[in-house]
Design a protein around this ligand. Sequence first.
Ligand code: ADE
Ligand code: ZN
Length: 319
Amino acid sequence: MSIPKAELHLHIEGTLEPELAFRLAERNGVALPFGSVDELRAAYRFDDLQSFLDLYYRLMDVLRTEQDFTDLAEEYLTRAAAQGVRHAEIFFDPQAHTARGVPIETVINGLGAALDRSEAAHGISTGLILCFLRDLSAGSALDTLESAKPYLDRITAVGLDSAEVGNPPSKFTAVYERARELGLRAVAHAGEEGPASYVWEALDLLKVERIDHGLRCLEDEELVARLVRERIPLTVCPFSNVRLRCVDTLADHPLRRMLDAGLVATVNSDDPAYFGGYVGQNLTETAAALGLTAQQQYTLARNSFEASFLDRQTRDRYL
Ligand code: ADE
Ligand code: ZN
């Protein structure tokens, strides 16, 4: 039986398995530029974040109806439960759908139908994190946030994802301020491909409570000291870092160094359909590649609950 864990860095659109993509393409009459599941899977070779994002956004075109989003989330929750996930804080990218003419209510209601059943059906409590696409304008992010106002009871936090370099957190200071006014918590991708200065900005300007990825914090001793001192969690995604070539191989991954430095690191799957496995596989294979002790693996699972947005009482039951 796998160790209970929380998953805190998971893009629901990144759980779109090739088989489901083809099923939805057929159901919705959408043409895919791939002849078969195998041909599509063969395209999952990436040079960097952008080469992945190009396919990730292209494939989303099959997601059209509430039922599609429900099916997507339901498949993820089924897989996550089998890997010991007890709590999931799930990212979604509304702008990637509204830009294609799919209303935000379709996305949220569709995902919500699966999440509403999740505790009873899978034993997984859930939260939704609305992510802004950082390569779009701050105005577009603000419009998206305003359009989500009817659904705030479903949304735990805001996040920031997509192409990082050239799109620093500072671009979204006002948007995050507005999100805080609306009572939302805050996280942001930073230090995946972008520099350590983006992690500082996410902390100081966006006032985030967690950093998604954060790999490049290791280039800045003062930053590491702050993250350790303030116990700011990093949601690390080992398979993703290898597939997007932020790290050469799993054996070169800095996760062990992060733990040794006292950072509150957690292990997550990011976009598991694209990167070769779900969170349990990320944990097991990374632990094997780095020779992590049982105690270090336990610490990672414990960190995942400490870093979550669960209320204190529920969180403490897992610690
Ligand atoms: N969107 C989906 N996965 C992402 C990642 N790893 N980095 C930035 N944006 C993303
Ligand atoms: Zn991510």
